[in-house]
Design a protein around this ligand. Sequence first.
Ligand code: NI
Length: 137
Amino acid sequence: MPLIRFGVSIDKILLSKFDRFIKDKKYTNRSEAFRDLIRHELIQQQWKGCQEIAGAITLIYNHHKRELVNKLMDIQHDFGSNIISAQHIHLDHDNCLEIIAVKGNPKQAQLLADSLKSVKGVKHGTLSMSTTGRGII
Ligand code: NI
């Protein structure tokens, strides 16, 4: 892919804030940071639209709560067509980490994540919004 250079006018204060952000995020130059910000915004847009998306849901829960485990399983079966794979990791004697890879309609993926996170007993849940890679780069 050919790179195109273009000029950006920006006020001094905003640029110094951007440079601090770049340093904190370990970017080596402004261009890469700028590209990532654009990609981030485009991915957010994909999630708001109806394009096909990809992402990951993580859940932390106590597996001793059997009803909770069954409920999480029921929900995942209801959204079977959106789930590519699920990985279960036993963190310690009590706690489990589940990583669920999702793909498809963004509204369905968000609904799946919300349904899982809101089950009583789930200690923490996140949805990482990403892209199938098409239409972004
Ligand atoms: Ni486990």
